[in-house]
Design a protein around this ligand. Structure first.
Ligand code: F6R
Length: 244
């Protein structure tokens, strides 16, 4: 795992956007795997800036998002569909028909997950996957468990994830308890992976990711087995690593 240490969130966002821009410039019809949550918001802002400066062109880019809450409609302002349009898709020249997000409105998990895997296969896989990191080590919504998940699956969100995400909802009772997420196997198939983490509250989990053992109890730890992973983390997030 290549580690890029940055001073702060701004620097993290610029570095991450530059890496994604370089992917788009080297292959303008690439497939980007995208994440939501608070961490990538700055990265998306920087990508919009690069687009406005005519440095990158999204017209042939395809995207596949990691996850979506089960039960939320596209117009729900907490859905990841809504998030992606607000933060990126509405501000660049991407063809929205080339953007894919698991469909949270499909009631039957089997149908929802199989159809998303089909989409990913048709896209020919992901060239560059952007990830955030949950406090419990989740990537996508793959929560700690006894084995690594393989394909897109329906998960029960961990109590800690529901609490962490409650900040985006009016009350904790409004946070959906289930989500559809690419599996760990799906994520590991990406050609390149870029994981971005900031803040002191992520220092413990970053230490486990960087220096701990590979275990499904820390789902992100599996990234150590991937051949092309870059972690961009700020000083606070890296503060508990001995490499400091
Ligand atoms: C969201 C996702 C999650 C988040 C993680 C960190 O699509 O896949 O794994 O990346 O929960 O969230 P933030 O960035 O809000 O700390």
């Amino acid at each position: 795992m290549k580690i890029i240490k940055v001073k702060n969130y701004d620097e993290l966002s610029k570095k991450a956007a530059n890496i994604i821009a370089s992917q788009i410039i080297s292959n303008n019809s690439c497939t980007l795997g995208l994440a939501t949550g608070s961490t990538p918001i700055g990265t998306y802002k920087e990508l919009v800036k690069l687009y406005n400066e005519n440095i990158i062109d999204f017209s042939n880019v395809k995207t596949a998002n990691l996850d979506e809450y089960k039960g939320l409609t596209k117009d729900n302002d907490q859905s990841y569909y809504y998030f992606m349009h607000q933060n990126l898709f509405n501000h660049v020249n991407i063809n929205k028909n080339n953007t894919y997000i698991p469909d949270g409105t499909i009631e039957n998990p089997d149908t929802a997950c199989k159809s998303y895997e089909e989409i990913l296969k048709k896209l020919g896989g992901v060239d560059l996957q952007l990830l955030g990191l949950g406090h419990n080590g989740h990537i996508g919504f793959n929560e700690p468990r006894d084995t690594f998940s393989l394909e897109t699956n329906c998960v029960e969100l961990a109590e800690s994830t529901i609490k962490a995400n409650a900040r985006f909802f009016e009350s904790i009772d409004d946070v959906p308890t289930k989500a559809y997420t690419m599996g760990i196997g799906t994520i590991m198939k990406a050609k390149k992976i870029l994981i971005i983490v900031n803040g002191i509250d992520k220092a413990d989990i970053v230490q486990k990711l960087v220096e701990g053992v590979v275990t499904p109890n820390v789902p992100a730890s599996v990234l150590k087995f991937h051949q092309d992973v870059t972690l961009i983390a700020d000083e606070e997030a890296l503060s508990k690593c001995t490499l400091n």
